[in-house]
Ligand binder design. Structure first.
Ligand SMILES: NC(=O)c1ccc[n+]([C@@H]2O[C@H](COP(=O)([O-])OP(=O)(O)OC[C@H]3O[C@@H](n4cnc5c(N)ncnc54)[C@H](OP(=O)(O)O)[C@@H]3O)[C@@H](O)[C@H]2O)c1
Length: 249
């Protein structure tokens, strides 16, 4: 059990990748905080799965786009489990639209959730980890955040993930050596987010992947656990996309 009794906060873990990440940590004996925004029932389902897998779990509501709720999430985590060893910033949204239709409010919502919420969560986690001797932070970017991969119909999302990548590398410098900070950059992955794509968009993504398929949430979870288990990796952006971002021959 690689993470026996480690306290892990996974933001947005009621569904999708976050759900798989929470359960995978449970299998390794961790104490997992299942953060959810709106659906307590789904969160409780994940909580139960973590417990069945061999871990401990608690569901805590917090909308990461509100700084005071992120602070409350960490306060409640410390009240319940006493510390934070690993933070996985997973919560994220997209609002795909053609450029001239993107409103200031769309931009604000996407940045508040994907980047500013992550920034506040990192601050809260670092405050706790610095008192308890260190920890690991894994941020969720996207292949769309790589400097050559921005998607025209999703530029607020792409820009927010590029911010996550740059921030991750800088934070890694700021909090070394006690805390390792890395990011994952998944390619198209089979979650509810994938259900918003048209059949043609999905087929195009599958064609572009060198593996000819979407990534599975469990594959993303394994990459997160790998980064959380390493003491010698920091400031790294791990691309998990089946070769999607490799471009043409
Ligand atoms: N799927 C992909 O192809 C893909 C590719 C690259 C990167 N990513 C990134 O991977 C992460 C997970 O994506 P996913 O595909 O698993 O997404 P998903 O299936 O849409 O699930 C998103 C999760 O985040 C939560 N969430 C959203 N906004 C939140 C907020 N303000 N506060 C707290 N929780 C919030 C959702 O909770 P609710 O149920 O309350 O909405 C849900 O649990 C995201 O950061 C996404 O950008 C996804």
């Amino acid at each position: 059990m690689r993470f026996k009794d480690k306290v892990v906060v996974v933001t947005g873990s009621s569904r999708g990748m976050g759900r798989e990440i929470a359960i995978a940590f449970g299998r390794e004996g961790a104490k997992v905080v299942v953060n959810y925004r709106s659906n307590l029932e789904e969160a409780r389902g994940v909580e139960n799965q973590v417990k069945i897998a061999g871990g401990e779990a608690v569901s805590i509501q917090a909308d990461v786009s509100h700084p005071e709720e992120v602070k409350k999430l960490f306060e409640e985590t410390v009240k319940t489990f006493g510390r934070v060893d690993i933070l996985v910033n997973n919560a994220g949204i997209e609002r795909p639209k053609p450029f001239l239709q993107v409103t200031f409010e769309d931009m604000e919502e996407v940045f508040q959730t994907n980047f500013l919420g992550l920034f506040v969560a990192c601050q809260e986690a670092v405050k706790i980890m610095q008192k308890t001797g260190g920890g690991k932070i894994i941020n969720t970017a996207s292949v769309r955040g790589l400097d050559y991969m921005g998607r025209v119909g999703n530029m607020d999302y792409s820009a927010s993930k590029a911010a996550v990548i740059n921030f991750t590398r800088t934070l890694a410098k700021a909090v070394a050596p006690a805390i390792c900070v890395n990011a994952i950059a998944p390619g198209p992955t089979e979650t509810d987010m994938a259900k918003t794509w048209t059949a043609e968009e999905r087929a195009q993504k599958e064609r572009k992947s060198r593996l000819g398929r979407l990534m599975q949430p469990a594959e993303i979870a394994q990459a997160v656990l790998y980064l959380a288990s390493q003491d010698g990796i920091t400031g790294e952006i791990m691309v998990i996309d089946g070769g999607y971002s490799l471009g043409s021959d």
